[in-house]
Design a protein around this ligand. Sequence first.
Ligand code: OAD
Length: 246
Amino acid sequence: MNDAVITAFAKRLRTARHVTVLTGAGISAESGIPTFRDAQTGLWSHFDPEELASPAGFARNPALVWRWYAERRVKACAAQPNPAHYALAELAQRVPQLTLITQNIDGLHQRAGSPDVIELHGSLHRARCMADGSVHTTWDYDEELPLCPDCGALLRPDVVWFGEMLPRVALETAWAATLDCDVFMSIGTSGVVEPAASLPRVALGRDATVLILNLEQTTAARPPLFTINGKAGEVLPQLVAAAFGA
Ligand code: OAD
């Protein structure tokens, strides 16, 4: 069943002008990084998001929040990009234009070689000064409460927390790419958080061909909407090979 959909979608990819791709935690699952909403292994099954991922939680206990993000950063650094990340980096070289939007903060797309990744939820690999908003890519990782190297104020992880706005430029770029693309791919995201929930629908409304790739069963679809149930690390390399050769 998947094979027929892969063949049909690969054919469409060959003539694509602008491919916009949205990824979520599912694309990094095969790299050993937990997703958010899996009932057994998901990040939120072990931790209270309000305590660990909100401005109020950080104000109450910054050391606890920093410990959690430090641990996630170390795990992300130890993880390796998987074949799904590499397939998207390859795809970017095969189509005239590709915009890669991710909700992930692990940096694995960049390490797989994808250029210009739009990070909607920030990055584990950056910290931001609470006083002046300056952004830092290195800081004292051993400090329980890392301080700004410029002004000495407290740093915070440069990620989006519950109740916060998404970074404006990233969001605007994501919308513009969704409105402009003729092929849209949503990969490994539950699509329950905005704007991930809306982007595929908006692309469909603009007559783009849309693929939803997810491990979980999704509803049957017909062109211009395609759905594939499978592992991103298996399906995406097949798709790129079917479209452009191995
Ligand atoms: P979720 O945990 O909500 O969803 C991950 C999706 O990936 C699920 O639908 C899984 O079925 C699917 N999945 C798992 N393994 C897969 C695989 N190998 N191949 C393909 N699909 C797979 O994660 P997100 O949708 O990324 O925000 O969550 C969105 C946002 O919600 C996160 O960025 C986070 C959270 O609140 C913030 O922290 C701001």
